[in-house]
Write a new protein. Sequence first.
Length: 568
Amino acid sequence: MKGPEASDHLDFLREIVRRDTLSGRYGDRVVTRFPPEPNGYLHIGHAKSVCLNFGIARENGGVCHLRFDDTNPETEDMTYVESIMRDIRWLGFDWEDRLFFASDYFEKLYEFAVRLIRDGKAYVDSLNEEEIRRYRGTVTEPGRESPYRGRSVEENLDLFAGMRAGKFPDGAHVLRARGDMSARNMKMRDPLLYRIRHATHYRRGDEWCIYPMYDFAHPLSDAIEDITHSICTLEFENNRAVYDWLLDNLFEEPRPHQYEFARLNLDYTIMSKRKLLTLVEEGLVSGWDDPRMPTIAGMRRRGYTPGGIRLFAARIGVDKANSRVSMELLENAIRDDLNARAPRVMAVLRPLKVTITNYPEGKVEWLKAPYWPRDIDREGSREVPLSREVYIERTDFLEDPPDDWIRLRPGGEVRMRNAYFIRCEGVDRDPDSGEVTGLSCTYDPESLGAPSKGARKKTTAIQWVSAAHALPVDVRLYDRLFTVADPENAGDGKTFQDCLNPRSLEIVRGCLVEPSLAKASPGEPFQFLRNGYFVADEVDSRPGAPIFNRIVDLKDRYRAGVPATKRK
């Protein structure tokens, strides 16, 4: 069953699933899993994996598990668990009753470790961390066997039981598999399976003081849950040897098999949860849900839509080789999704007052304005008030414009959207600075709804709001968080913090919007005509007093060295 963002083209992972289904390798089962570690918030890279794992299961009549690989008590927290579940549901996916935790398998995992020891395939090593690293060798030199590798099965069982009972301090011992210390893949040089950590687990409390390594817990959790296709990113490609070794020694076919795809590397973004946490802890952003963050929570607050993110994931596809993806691809997907979701309204971000001198004083005219353009198959409208004094966008007027200027100029005319044509008759200035402070215009009372003819065809329709009825709001203009496309590899000794964009947020106060927006609900998107897509902030907005975040421009206007906050 295909979702709306699915493609008829099968990527290599879907081809593998199709092949296994046709061959009957797993009978009629397709079981995938999304296995986050609850040590941070999900980001756009995780969203790609969510869409892939849940999408493949859905398309093949299978199921996808949500499993938290929570084997590190020092970094994990229930707050992260709750945020991850919220984000996955928001993206449009549901694990139903298939919620699992690796921490629920601790007893089974311990039994598997004991079985490997009994079979002579694992041993307790007493080298410290630095010694283990030194003994492992290099990519060009084979490793050396630990002097503790020859311990008997009985001694290993006794030491491992002592580790479990809390008899030893952190770092005193580890459990390792008996691999091959000369293996080309260094992951197979006696990989670590368990370590001692006297730390309280957020779910298991102080029941355990030894914790399985990810490379041990992950494949065995897959097998316990009868996963068919274990899909992960390319950084785990070398780990597949450990994955296969463990399952070959502890399970029979049909068992899970691991497949890797290229992770998402998005320009002007970082994907390391550790570095994202640094931004939060150092106060460089306002939190995990800061709209400049690439987290799902941040993107949701920014106003990105789940449909837009799913569309982005479908468009970038699934590759076998790592590459970088341009920010424009993400922004275009968000625009395309918002185009049919965001009603059109009028807002003036940098107001310039206009007095319509021949409009009757005290008169208020309520004009019908559609929410949707003709090419969107949706209905709906509202009435906007027109009075003698209005505000227009300051950038819609130039005193000495170029020849191709189609907005307002001295002696020129322009249509007010959904209203009349006005002509600029005079310019008011600040006597000290000379800055334009207002315009005097006249309107053509016969031009309401009349088609543009002659010279009027060369003008455009500008947005406006009635001075007496406009709602004052604050607007947050967000730009890219970093100034370089690859902030993790900026060169010249720069850290990713050195590449932060000082203009990534501009707060514009005193913006004016049409009065209908007083009813905007938190999280509700709009297209501010000719200004971009905006959303009522889901955290800071209040009834009758929304605060708007810019989601994305109407089109890609980013030019190198010219932030969006400075565009004209």
